[in-house]
Design a protein around this ligand. Structure first.
Ligand SMILES: Cc1ncc(COP(=O)(O)O)c(C=O)c1O
Length: 404
């Protein structure tokens, strides 16, 4: 008889709310219900598409036979193009030897957490956060500790709360700016105050800036550009700005002002070697994405700005829903009245909305058990008509369930 398999308790504790809620939605779809998906941050699923010159560069790379295994750290020419991009748009000075190409920011998060964390270590993450910043530390046996972000201030971090949560076991401090799931763009003063805390306690900062060029209010400042003596690992990628979600390409870089990160770099490189190399033809196309025409970025931001304005106005008109105004990215994180009374949890709210109206959003607790409950996250990527329709359905749902 086969011996019962004891699975990894760390792996079993892992969740990804954004995709977990798709399972019941697909079930309903199989039964013939039409679903409006507002759960996943993939612009390419809507009326945004990878720029033609980038698609062409990919096809050319494949045709020209650039289909070999490349270096584990990624192609030098792409790492050079990333250094140029970080300097031009984010005022960050880095050299190609400090850049590692990954299969999306997702793999960069996995590399960083695996390289840094040991069981019992703590990671300060924004509350609410992008869920892999909870899951990957857990896979290492480490503990994600959410620091408060303040809804009334557009979900800006509460730096005093952050400072109070630093402990002997804290290894890493995560920033997501512009933020997923709240759409906040941190002002320079806040980023500097967070860097001061990191400096006081000798913490490594991880700054996820995948939405760096999707900003509506124009005040994004990269963490590494402000960090004089604090080491920062920057994480970024091609999924959002370059509309290459399914191509899976990202990078991390080390801003190492005092030369303290050599061992970290070497350890991440070892992890990169274990998985051989990132996708070669996609890297060739990414060089074209960075160095070729950039017109699609402004067009995308303008289109998203109109959809952000619509989502913000329309959601706040609904009785029982209130929301802060996102300043970047393509997410909105409204509060719902009646969670804890009409619906036992925010997940129950999400599932009931899905069953009754066929609108899929993600429960706030999936982004943070402490600061997420009572909310949901929706994307404002769809065209205006589809957003109007989804919010109309949500309004009808709220009128039925929440008494005036
Ligand atoms: C903050 C943040 N980081 C990372 C990712 C994942 O990016 P990638 O597609 O590069 O793995 C996302 C995707 O939604 C995100 O919102």
């Amino acid at each position: 008889m086969a011996r019962p398999l004891r699975l990894s308790s760390w792996a079993m504790s892992v969740e990804y709310a954004i995709r977990d809620v798709v399972v019941p939605a697909k079930e309903l779809e199989r039964k013939g219900k039409r679903i409006i998906y507002l759960n996943i941050g993939d612009p390419v699923k809507f009326d945004f598409d990878t720029p033609e010159h980038v698609k062409e560069a990919l096809c050319r790379a494949v045709r020209e036979g650039k289909n070999w295994y490349g270096p584990s750290e990624g192609l030098l020419e792409l790492r050079e193009a990333i250094c140029e991009k970080e300097k031009r748009y984010n005022d960050v000075d880095i050299t190609p030897d400090k850049v590692i190409i990954t299969h999306g920011v997702s793999e960069a998060i996995s590399f960083l957490t695996t390289a840094v964390l040991e069981p019992g270590d703590e990671v300060l993450v924004p509350g609410p956060t992008y869920p892999p910043y909870i899951s990957y530390p857990k896979l290492c046996g480490a503990k994600p500790i959410p620091y408060r972000t303040v809804e009334e201030k557009g979900w800006k971090p509460d730096v005093d709360d952050l400072r109070a949560k630093v402990s002997e076991r804290t290894k890493l401090l995560v920033l997501i700016n512009p933020n997923n799931p709240c759409g906040t763009v941190y002002d320079q003063k806040t980023v500097k105050a967070i860097l001061d805390v990191a400096g006081e306690h000798g913490l490594l900062v991880a700054s996820d800036e995948i939405y760096d060029r999707i900003v509506f209010e124009g005040k994004f400042k990269s963490t590494a550009s402000l960090a004089k003596d604090v080491p920062v690992v920057g994480l970024n990628g091609f999924s959002k700005t370059y509309l290459m979600t399914g191509w899976r390409l990202g990078y991390l870089y080390l801003h190492d002002p005092e030369g303290t990160l050599d061992e970290l770099l070497e350890t991440i490189l070892k992890l990169a070697r274990v998985r051989l190399c990132p996708n070669t033809p996609v890297q060739v196309a990414a060089i074209e994405a960075l160095r070729g025409p950039q017109d699609h970025v402004a067009e995308m931001v303008e289109k998203l700005r109109r959809r952000r304005d619509l989502a913000y106005k329309r959601l706040n008109e609904i009785e029982g829903i209130s929301t802060a105004k996102p300043e970047g990215a393509f997410y909105i994180f409204p509060r719902v009245e009646g969670i804890g009374s009409t619906w036992r949890t925010d997940k129950d709210f999400v599932l009931e909305l899905l069953r009754e109206e066929g609108v899929l959003v993600v429960h706030g607790s999936g982004f943070c058990p402490t600061y997420g409950p009572g909310h949901f996250r929706a994307v404002f990527l769809p065209p205006e008509e589809l957003l109007e329709e989804a919010f109309g359905k949500l309004e009808a749902f709220m009128e039925r369930h929440v008494s005036p």
